[in-house]
Design a protein around this ligand. Structure first.
Ligand code: CA
Ligand code: CA
Length: 145
């Protein structure tokens, strides 16, 4: 069994949160990371459920992105809300996943997450640039269950 703390030290976690904060300085989009050990459900379905549980479907512009990891299952999903799916090319998330996967294979979860967050942020910025009065609609903290 892998503990989340084996994957991300407290300092690593702070760096991941900082990457989210920096990405969101450029875009109105909201990025969250959720980590759990295992699910019996289909991973995409479970990610959708977490997306809803975290209230990520309530952003004003429907531009939340969830990076969901099931660590014991060695599986992760990147899930964007409707507003993003409507504008981002289909293979964008696949390319982002490949980049992340390469780091995860080397057990470098911090770099994998930061790369994923940074890439998502860059793409979000193109379609959903930061605007005056933008708020932090969703916490940048890593969510766990
Ligand atoms: Ca925001
Ligand atoms: Ca946020």
């Amino acid at each position: 069994m892998t503990e989340v703390s084996d994957l991300l030290s407290p300092d690593d976690e702070l760096e991941v949160i900082e990457a989210i904060r920096l990405a969101e300085r450029e875009t109105s989009g909201e990025i969250r990371v959720h980590i759990e050990k295992h699910t019996n459900a289909d991973h995409y379905k479970r990610a959708s459920e977490v997306f809803h549980e975290l209230g990520m479907d309530n952003t004003e512009l429907k531009n939340g992105v969830l990076i969901y990891l099931a660590i014991d299952d060695r599986h992760f999903v990147i899930l964007g809300d409707k507003g993003i799916d409507a504008v981002v090319e289909n293979d964008f998330w696949d390319c982002t996943k490949d980049v992340m996967q390469n780091h995860f294979k080397n057990r470098d979860f911090k770099t994998g997450l930061i790369e994923g967050i940074t890439r998502a942020g860059e793409r979000l910025r193109q379609f959903f640039p930061w605007q005056e009065g933008d708020t932090d609609e969703l916490s940048n903290e890593i969510s766990r269950s």
